[in-house]
Ligand binder design. Structure first.
Ligand code: NDP
Length: 671
């Protein structure tokens, strides 16, 4: 028997008074216990806030991203332990891969995004600089800094590893410590994963704690700097979000709860098309993966009336070939539900659905594992002929391998049915018709956190209806909880406070760690191209000489590049254009000549020009005008052990000091 520990304030705590027992999903036998009423939850909160938080906040986003990468790679080396334990939860090896490797992969994406999309700094600059005064001496910017409390993550039983890591990665990247509270039914897998992470020595003290079993009155001790995230049932979400202390202190609370996700067969995707076959395959996959215990699983199958019979037949055929059995067996495609309690809950919910729909496949009393004491159920497919006058099929989630086919008359009707779920995590639409996709977006996107379109063109690379991706937002309105997770760096911001800062350019520069236009510059340094990444400083500036632009330059540039656009070549036609006073220099000529003015040609630390951002041409340059350049180091971002990116702010002025062009130049500079 496993004794699943908690990890509280730096030490492991064994199950004690009030511990709950945990069953094997496959045999129904007691395999573990977890929980201890004497757990000191206040000490845990203090440990996270006072020990973990300060260390994490002192690290930059890049430091934390490197930490995540090391952690994910360490977990990958130890994942077999997690697979082995996970069989007790009823899943197949494929299911474990989704959970374990999916979680590790999510952490790796955050590690990579942290290095690529966030600064090597503790402060995140959100959006653009705002000029608040007329001349640019008073500016505004939004910044994000880490919340100074703990993130309490209350998770569901179905993904004991992914469910933890998909929240932990953005939490740690944002600079917050976490307390994980997994669902008791599968907490032995989460505990093993936490042990692996803590034993690696990669995490600072206080960054990660674990509650196995009940969480006690922890929520009553949180305050405005803490965050609670919840994944699980709508009922528990309702109870927790109404906690008086959370409400009183405006503690951030995010919920991701069960929802009635749907998949729509487009009116163009009828039997005989590759889209129809794809639809059948995806729906079947969603019904059997994790034995249907997925928050994103397809519960409602919406098909054109004319395709109803064919859909039932095709799904019956596919489901009949699914091997239900002991997940240890290699050919088992669908294992058990997590527990017998969950199985009975699913049967109760299926009975409700059955009051409005006919079961057309799957008999819970008679299937390949009927004799087992484990929590086995076959896939169960229902058909609801009159979905307009039904309610349970739209609001009762049987959290198992249960889905209902319902016919729609036309696209408007399909959207009405889609929206009857009153908010879902994801809806998928199998169609090749852009007008169908657009119509569904206009009628239904607001009801869904994610819309997944698939057809013959995308199916080879499509990631599946049910797979939340770290890059894309996961969460949905209404019945789905109203929360949002993942979505790239958006998720990191859930653990940070956005603050509007206002002040002079130098104050904004000092806070954000990058140069602000109008801020002080240093011009008495050697040419910045001769200085290494570490030597060159933010604000270092080069003022170049001026260069006149002649008609001959414009002619030569036009013929050399082949850009004979009339604005550069035809005086009358150019004059007739509201933007030009007559023939003007090419924008790319200005850029090229600007480079000719600021580049230091000798071999040196500048390795390559890797791009331009935010390029704007403000005023035409005519023959006889002259241009000069101000080049200022705006920001520096290390990329690896040898070099880093320097972002230069470039202003090009004419002889009257009017700005003719502005952009940001990116170079890679050696250390
Ligand atoms: P629950 O809502 O019962 O539990 C979810 C989490 O909340 C668990 O960690 C649970 O811990 C915890 N919890 C329960 N009560 C409290 C409380 N009073 N204070 C603090 N934490 C609490 O969901 P289950 O996991 O048991 O699943 C039940 C149903 O939820 C499923 O049948 C399904 O409908 C839905 N569900 C939805 C998911 C989704 O991702 N949308 C995922 C999983 C389930 P403990 O286990 O210790 O009680």
């Amino acid at each position: 028997m496993l004794h699943v520990h908690s990890y509280a304030a730096g030490r492991w705590v064994a199950p004690g008074s009030g511990a709950r027992t945990i069953q094997s999903a496959i045999t129904g036998e007691i395999i573990a216990d977890a929980g201890n009423d004497t757990l000191d939850v206040q000490a845990m909160i203090a440990y996270g806030r006072d020990v973990g938080g300060p260390t994490l906040r002192a690290m930059t986003f890049h430091d934390r991203a490197r930490m995540l990468k090391a952690l994910a790679l360490h977990l990958r080396d130890h994942r077999q332990t997690l697979y082995d334990l996970s069989f007790n939860s009823g899943g197949t090896q494929n299911d474990h891969v989704i959970d374990v490797d999916g979680g590790i992969g999510t952490m790796l994406v955050y590690a990579s995004k942290g290095r690529r999309e966030l600064p090597d700094n503790q402060v995140f600059l959100d959006g653009d600089l705002e000029q608040l005064g007329r001349t640019g001496t008073f500016m505004g910017h939004h910044i994000c800094t880490p919340l100074q409390g703990v993130a309490v993550h209350i998770n569901a039983f179905n993904f004991p590893v992914w469910g933890m890591l998909e929240k932990l990665a953005p939490t740690l990247l944002g600079g917050m410590p976490a307390i994980i509270k997994p669902a008791t039914a599968t907490c032995y897998v989460t505990e093993a994963c936490v042990r692996i992470m803590l034993q690696s020595g990669i995490l600072p003290d206080g960054a990660l704690q674990l509650v196995s079993g009940g969480i006690g009155d922890m929520l009553d001790h949180l305050d405005c700097m803490d965050v609670v995230t919840f994944t699980g049932s709508a009922n528990t979400a309702l109870k927790l979000r109404g906690n008086a202390n959370l409400l009183k202190n405006s503690v951030r609370f995010t919920a991701e709860q069960d929802s009635l996700n749907a998949s729509v067969l487009g009116p163009d995707a009828l039997p005989g098309t590759p889209e129809f076959d794809l639809f059948i395959k995806e729906v079947q996959h969603e019904m059997i993966t994790k034995a249907g215990q997925k928050c994103t699983a397809v519960r409602r199958i919406l098909v054109p009336q004319s395709a109803s019979e064919a859909t039932i037949d095709a799904l019956r055929d596919r489901l009949a070939n699914v091997t239900l059995g002991d997940p240890h067996e290699k050919n088992t495609q669908m294992g058990a539900l997590v527990s017998n309690a969950q199985k009975f809950d699913v049967l109760d919910k299926a009975a409700l659905i059955g009051s409005e729909a006919t079961r057309v496949f799957g008999d819970p009393e008679n299937h390949a594992m009927s004799d087992s004491k484990g929590a086995f159920l076959p896939p169960m497919l229902y058909h609801c002929a009159d979905p307009d006058n039904a309610q349970h099929v739209h609001d009762t989630e049987a959290f198992g391998p249960v889905s209902t086919i319902m016919p729609y008359r036309d696209l408007a009707h399909a959207c009405t049915l889609l929206n009857k779920g009153k908010g879902s995590l994801v809806a998928s639409v199998i169609t090749r018709d852009g007008d169908v996709a657009r119509e569904i977006v206009m009628q239904s996107a607001a009801f869904h956190g994610r819309l997944y379109f698939n057809n013959r063109d995308s199916m080879a690379e499509a990631t599946g209806h049910g797979a939340p991706l770290p890059h894309m937002v996961h969460g949905g309105p209404g019945r789905a909880g109203g929360g949002e997770e993942l979505g790239g760096v958006r998720a990191v911001m859930h653990y940070m406070q956005r603050t509007a800062i206002q002040g002079s350019p130098d104050i904004i520069s000092a806070i954000g760690g990058q140069w602000t236009p109008g801020g002080s510059v240093q011009t008495d340094t050697p040419h910045p191209f001769t200085r290494t990444f570490h030597e060159v400083q933010i604000g270092d500036t080069l003022h170049t000489d001026a260069r006149e632009i002649t008609l001959d330059d414009i002619e030569k540039f036009a013929h050399f590049t082949g850009d004979l656009f009339y604005g550069h070549m035809d005086e009358d036609a150019a004059k007739a254009n509201p933007f030009f006073p007559g023939r003007v220099a090419h924008g790319y000529l200005i850029l090229s000549f600007a480079a000719g003015l600021f580049v230091q040609p000798d071999p040196g630390p500048v390795l390559a020009n890797t791009g331009l951002d935010n390029l704007r041409f403000m005023k035409p340059v005519q023959p006889g005008d002259s241009i000069n350049v101000q080049l200022t180091v705006k920001a520096k971002t290390p990329r690896n052990d040898d070099y880093g990116e320097v972002r230069w702010h470039v202003d090009v002025h004419n002889q009257d000091d009017d700005k003719v062009a502005e952009y940001e130049l990116l170079t890679m500079n050696a250390f």
